[in-house]
Design a protein around this ligand. Sequence first.
Ligand code: BGC
Length: 430
Amino acid sequence: MNFQLKPGLLLGAASAATQIEGGSQNNSWHAWYRKGRIKDGSDPSVATDHYVRWQEDLELMAGMGIQCCRLGVEWSRVEPEDGVFDDAVIAHYREELQALVGRGIRPLLTLHHFSNPLWLEEKGAFAKRDNITYFLRFVRRMVEGVGDLVSEYITINEPNVYACNGYFEGTWPPGKRNLLETARVMTNLTAAHIEAYGLIRKTRLQMGFTDTKVSFANHLRVFAPQNPADPVHRFWASRAEQLFQNSLTRAMCTGRTAFPIGHHPSIVPGQYCDFHAINYYARSTVSALAGGRADGPVNDLGWEIYPQGIVETAQRVYSLLPRPIYITENGTCDNTDRFRARYIAEHLQAICESELPIERYYHWCFCDNWEWLEGNSARFGLVHVDYETQARTVKSSGEFYRQVIAQGGVSDELYSRFCDVPYPTGREGA
Ligand code: BGC
């Protein structure tokens, strides 16, 4: 393998506040932990202690040559009680953002990433239409607080995953299993995004900035029929794709709705994303509503590794609305760091061989992180975290990523040194 990075493509890393910061017990995910719902019992209020150790993490990032950084803010910290904002927390985020910018690392700020303050969760969070106003109040406050330092925003991370896991499968907070409520949550998230899109742009304009870019992070998968010749498999693959991602993507980007997105006065035809933000991990094989079985290589969580999917999904959203594309998450659970470098190389190669205007690649994740239901047991980081001591060590894949950034591509030599390893296969990984 030998390729140069696309001209203009920036390489970075992504994270989410709840998964790394530690220190907050006032949110829906800590409550889920208290209910005993995290598989390995690990506590999100510990995580990687990034809220305290952020300077050390920033030094490591700078050492790796990271060019752009997607990070989140913890709403439950900023607004611990309904209407009570903690200015010291906003000042903390300002300090971190200022340090990033000072190092020449471009920030992309996520405002909502799965976690809700407890007071909002108790009011029904995004299942209640009226609660969108709380999100907008928080968004305005954050943008007024840090808008001079950040021009690029993600309103909501993966609304489909949030809605499906929390309201359809019931495995995430608040643990509901109700199709109509799932559709309602998706609809309200769409409205929340559309309103926040306008609000962020307007707030920064009032602050004198005209370079604002806003989107939402779209979790996109390739849905493949297990047997392409079987019409039942094809039917369920296209249904799953429609219900899980296509309707929501279209509504959030263009305000045009189809089931499961319903009516809301704020969802009207328009253009609501300045760039496409894609979180891409895997291909799903479908044979019925409940899914099928992947035969290809998989990661340590059993997710199929399918690098070409990163451009197949990008192509779909680009056809919907031609906008620059940011890969706002891509990475893999590789607990012993055997094949992560190969995974990165192959996904970057697919990006660089495509004609699409892909401008950013944010690897998920910079450090190992608290991985929602999996707790600390699933490792996605370029940097290893010892959860006993919180010691950080750059992994071999982190060193590979540093060299890719430094050399502006992947050479045969780099590939054979870091990537020439087999992937796990279906049976080992699942
Ligand atoms: C989420 C991250 C998560 C990652 C890996 C994405 O769906 O945005 O929060 O850690 O996948 O599971």
